[in-house]
Ligand binder design. Structure first.
Ligand SMILES: Nc1ncnc2c1ncn2[C@@H]1O[C@H](COP(=O)(O)OP(=O)(O)OP(=O)(O)O)[C@@H](O)[C@H]1O
Length: 232
């Protein structure tokens, strides 16, 4: 199988500049490869750096040591050192990220929030909204909410808008940070089906799933973060 993501000797510490420059070591010497169709669960106790690693892969946190290589447009690109314009192109076409919380934009309807990744790829807005409607329907979001801005939605409703937005366009690599955290059983099942479909399409998935049942249902392998814990 083909590798899609390769982390090589990655390390991370935080420096708290407003608290006497205290250093918080997180992990070091971390290497991980993820192939097409795999779903790797980042596992390990709280505070081991699971969310931090996700944000580094997405390019939100700096990567001070090592490389984060992603297969983008059939060439390997190191996100850790890539030009910001290249990172944006990677996010548009190659790397999707479903965080725990929806970034709510005032006055933009749920339908348009979900359609946006497709519009960003050049699809006509009406056609993109049709795809968005299908995805919101699959995630059981009541049609009465589709034309409202998600700011007033419940936690579970916002999470489903976020998931619909993440799955409406196909990304060859996906990062999922607790995608089922606020969902009931029926909606969790809907999300698991979307993840299974992505895997069947060859998407390489990296996820954090605190719920063991969900993890066992979709993950092909666990990656234990505590093996790379950096000593204080
Ligand atoms: N922006 C930040 N600034 C300073 N320290 C941070 C920052 N983000 C995370 N940390 C620290 O890095 C460590 C790892 O945090 P992280 O949230 O990645 O852990 P986690 O394994 O995802 O935990 P959990 O399972 O509880 O969500 C923690 O000690 C945390 O305090």
């Amino acid at each position: 199988m083909q590798d899609m993501l390769k982390l090589n000797n990655v390390a991370k510490s935080f420096t708290l500049y407003n608290q006497s420059g205290i250093q918080i070591p997180v992990f070091e010497g971390l290497s991980l490869s993820v192939e097409k169709g795999e779903c790797v669960a980042l596992a390990g106790p709280s505070g081991m750096g699971k969310s931090t690693l996700m944000r580094m892969i997405y390019g939100n946190y700096l990567c001070p040591a090592g490389a984060i290589d992603i297969r983008h447009r059939d060439t390997w690109v190191d996100i850790a050192s890539a030009d910001p314009r290249v990172v944006l192109d990677i996010r548009r076409w190659t790397l999707g990220y479903i965080s725990q919380f929806l970034r709510v934009v005032p006055r933009v309807s749920a339908l348009d929030v979900v359609a946006e990744p497709l519009v960003g790829r050049g699809m006509k807005p009406d056609e993109a909204r049709e795809h968005a409607a299908v995805m919101l329907g699959r995630l059981n979001l009541p049609e009465s909410l589709w034309h409202l801005a998600p700011a007033t939605f419940s936690g579970g409703e916002q999470q489903r808008v976020n998931i619909a937005r993440g799955f409406v366009a196909r990304y060859p690599v996906m990062l999922l940070d607790e995608p089922t955290a606020s969902l009931d059983k029926a909606n969790r099942e809907a999300v698991l089906t979307l993840i299974e479909e992505a895997k069947s399409d060859g998407v390489a998935v990296v996820g954090i799933f605190h719920d063991a049942e969900t993890r066992e249902a979709v993950c092909t392998r666990e990656f234990l973060m505590s093996d790379f814990k950096k000593a204080a």
